[in-house]
Design a protein around this ligand. Structure first.
Ligand code: AMP
Length: 546
C-alpha cells in the first residue's frame, strides 16, 4: 500500500522559493571584489536568480549541461547556484587555487559550456581560455561599466544579461535524482575526480546539516561562511541557510583576519565556518589587537584536524563554541560534527574538552564503520583504529564519467561502503576520531603512530604557529616521525625544548626523532597541509640510525 501524501520532488529551487515566501526580508550581505558592501534580501535574490535562469535559457543552456564558476563567496555566486541547478543544468564550482593545468583539465573533463567569473580571475582566464575546448562564453560577474579590458573571447556581462530578463521564470519540476552540482576532488595523485551531487542528495544534506547536532543553523542566525563556495559548496551552507532563513554574510576575497573580524562585528555574525588555517589568521589578529567578539557564538572548523589549542583558544579565551566537523568532497561534504549528548552534561571540563578534539558523531543520513586490514569490522571502543567507511544518500556512488575507478567496497551482507581513506577510532557513543589519512600514517616497528596527534601537541606549544609530522624512512623501524614546524613571529623555541614538550603526553616510542623549523609549510588548494609536497621536500632527509 502506498502512502497518500503529496509526491513532491526535492528540488534545490524549492529552497529559494521557501526563503522568498517565508523569510522575504532576511538579508544577504556581500563584501564585493572592489571592497564595497552589497546588501539585499532573499526575496531580491530569488527575483534575480529567476532572471538569471531566464538568461541561461536565452543562451541556449540545456538541462544537464555544466556551467562553471570561478568566483568568491558573493550574492552573485549564490544566484548562480540557484539559477543553474534550479533550471536543470549543473553548476561546476572550480577552485581557482588549483594549478592552471588542473583547472584546464577539469573544465575540459566537465565539458563546461559557460564560465562565470569574478574580475579577480580575468587574468587567469585570459591565459586559459584558448585551452578550454567546450566553453561557448565567459560571463564577467559585474556591471557593464566594470567590464574587464581582458582578451577573453565571447565575453558577456552578468548584469547586462539580467537587465534583459523579467523575474517571471517558472522553475521546472523534474526527477529529484537529476544532477545539480559538480565538484572535483583535489586528488593528491592522478587526475582530479568529479563528485556529481543530485538535487535529492543536496536537499537531504541541507536538512541534515541544519540540524541542531549538525551545523545548527536557524532563522535566528547570521551566518558567514569563510569556507569558499568553490570548496564543496561552502559545506552546503548556501542551501541550509535558505532552508532555515538565516541571514547570510559573504566575505568575497577578503579572508584576512582583520577583514573577517570587521565583517563579524558590523553584521552581527553569530556563526561561521572554515578550515583551521583561516582561523589561525583571525585568532592572531584578535590577540595582537586585544579584540573581543560581540556576537559570534559558534564556529565550525573542519577540512583538516582542528588543533586542540585552537579549540581551547576560541572557547576559553573568546567564549565561542567550536563545532569540529569532518567530511569529504565525496560526502557533499558533511559526515560528523562534534557535539555533546545529554549524558556529557556533568562530565568534567577536561573530559568535555577531550571529546571536542575528536571529529564527532555521524549526523543522520551518514552511517560509518571502521574495518581492519582484512575488511572485518572493528569494535567501537575508542581504541581500535582502522579504515573508516561510510554510506548514505549524500555519499558518492561513482565518480563523474566513471573515471576514478569503482570507489565502493561491498561487505559480507552485500552492503556497499565508501572507503574514505581516513584512519579512525569510534567510541561507544559513536564519537569518531581521525588519527590519520591512511597515506600519512607513520608505521614504526609494525605499529602505527598518528601524525595528527603529534601535530596537535606541537601546535599546543606557545611558540609554534603550525606543524606537520611526517614519517621518514628508517633502517631499523621502517619509519620514524619528524616534526616540521613554523614558529610564531617573534617567538623562539629550540628543538630540544619542543621535544621536551612531548614528554608525558605520548608513549615513548611515539617521540619524534627530529624537529626541523621552516619559514612556511606547503598547503593544498583547499588550505590543507600538503604532506605529499612535504614528503617530497624531505625525500633525501636522513635520520641517525639508532
Ligand atoms: P576534501 O575532499 O578535500 O574535503 O578532503 C577530505 C579529507 O579531509 C578527509 O578525508 C580527511 O582526511 C580530511 N579532513 C576533513 N575534515 C577533517 C577533520 N576535521 N579532521 C581531520 N581530517 C579532516
Amino acid at each position: 500500500m502506498q502512502g497518500l501524501m503529496m509526491d513532491m520532488p526535492l528540488l534545490i529551487s524549492g529552497l529559494l522559493q521557501h526563503a522568498d515566501r517565508h523569510h522575504a526580508d532576511a538579508e544577504i550581505v556581500s563584501k564585493t571584489v572592489d571592497g564595497s558592501v552589497h546588501r539585499y534580501t532573499y526575496r531580491d535574490a530569488h527575483a534575480r536568480a529567476r532572471k538569471l535562469a531566464g538568461a541561461l535559457q536565452r543562451l541556449g543552456v540545456q538541462p544537464g549541461e555544466r556551467i562553471a564558476t570561478l568566483a568568491w563567496n558573493s550574492y552573485r555566486h549564490f544566484e548562480i547556484y540557484y539559477a543553474v541547478a534550479g533550471s536543470g543544468a549543473v553548476i561546476h564550482t572550480i577552485n581557482p587555487r588549483l594549478f592552471p593545468d588542473q583547472i584546464t583539465y577539469i573544465a575540459n573533463h566537465a565539458e563546461d559550456q559557460y564560465v562565470f567569473f569574478d574580475l579577480s580571475f580575468a587574468p587567469l582566464l585570459e591565459k586559459l581560455a584558448p585551452l578550454l575546448k567546450t566553453v561557448k562564453g565567459y560571463v564577467a560577474m559585474c556591471a557593464p561599466e566594470a567590464m574587464p579590458k581582458a582578451n577573453i573571447p565571447s565575453l558577456l556581462c552578468y548584469e547586462a544579461l539580467l537587465e534583459k530578463e523579467k523575474a517571471d521564470f517558472q522553475w521546472p519540476t523534474f526527477d529529484e535524482r537529476t544532477a545539480a552540482c559538480l565538484c572535483y576532488t583535489s586528488g593528491t595523485t592522478g587526475n582530479p575526480k568529479g563528485a556529481l551531487y543530485g538535487h535529492r542528495s543536496t536537499m537531504l544534506h541541507a536538512f541534515g546539516a541544519a540540524l541542531p547536532d549538525g551545523l545548527n543553523v536557524s532563522a535566528r542566525d547570521v551566518v558567514l561562511p569563510v569556507v569558499p563556495m568553490f570548496h564543496v559548496n561552502a559545506w552546503g551552507l548556501p542551501y541550509s541557510c535558505a532552508l532555515v532563513g538565516a541571514k547570510m554574510v559573504f566575505p568575497g576575497p577578503h579572508l584576512d583576519g582583520r577583514s573577517v573580524y570587521q565583517l563579524f562585528e558590523s553584521e552581527g555574525v553569530t556563526m561561521s565556518a572554515g578550515v583551521p588555517t583561516v582561523w589561525l589568521a583571525l585568532l592572531n589578529h584578535m590577540k595582537e589587537n586585544r579584540l573581543r567578539f560581540s556576537t559570534l557564538k559558534r564556529t565550525v572548523i573542519g577540512g583538516s584536524a582542528c588543533p586542540p589549542a585552537m579549540i581551547k583558544s576560541f572557547q576559553d579565551d573568546y567564549g565561542v563554541q567550536v563545532l569540529h566537523a569532518w567530511g569529504m568532497t565525496e560526502m557533499s561534504p558533511l559526515g560528523t560534527v562534534g557535539s555533546f549528548k545529554a549524558k556529557h552534561a556533568k562530565a568534567s571540563k577536561d573530559a568535555r574538552d577531550a571529546l571536542q578534539y575528536k571529529q564527532g558523531r555521524a549526523i543522520y543520513g551518514v552511517d560509518m564503520r571502521i574495518v581492519g586490514e582484512d575488511g572485518t569490522e572493528l569494535p567501537w571502543d575508542g581504541k581500535a583504529f582502522g579504515d573508516l567507511q561510510v554510506r548514505g544518500p549524500w555519499v558518492i556512488d561513482s565518480y563523474f564519467k566513471g573515471e576514478g575507478g569503482n570507489p565502493l567496497k561491498t561487505d559480507e551482507h552485500g552492503t556497499k561502503w565508501f572507503p574514505t581513506g581516513d584512519v579512525a577510532t569510534i567510541d561507544p557513543d559513536g564519537i569518531m576520531q581521525i588519527t590519520d589519512r591512511s597515506k600519512d600514517v607513520i608505521k614504526s616497528g609494525g605499529e602505527w603512530i598518528s601524525s595528527i596527534d603529534l601535530e596537535c601537541i606541537a601546535m599546543a606549544h606557545p611558540a609554534i604557529a603550525e606543524a606537520a609530522v611526517i614519517g621518514i624512512k628508517h633502517p631499523k623501524w621502517d619509519e620514524r616521525p619528524i616534526v616540521v614546524a613554523v614558529k610564531k613571529p617573534g617567538q623562539e623555541v629550540s628543538k630540544d625544548e619542543l621535544l621536551k614538550f612531548y614528554e608525558g603526553k605520548i608513549a615513548k616510542w611515539w617521540m619524534p626523532d627530529d624537529v626541523v623549523f621552516v619559514a612556511e609549510l606547503p598547503h593544498t588548494a583547499t588550505g590543507k597541509l600538503s604532506k605529499l609536497t612535504l614528503r617530497q621536500q624531505f625525500k633525501d632527509y636522513r635520520l641517525d640510525p639508532r
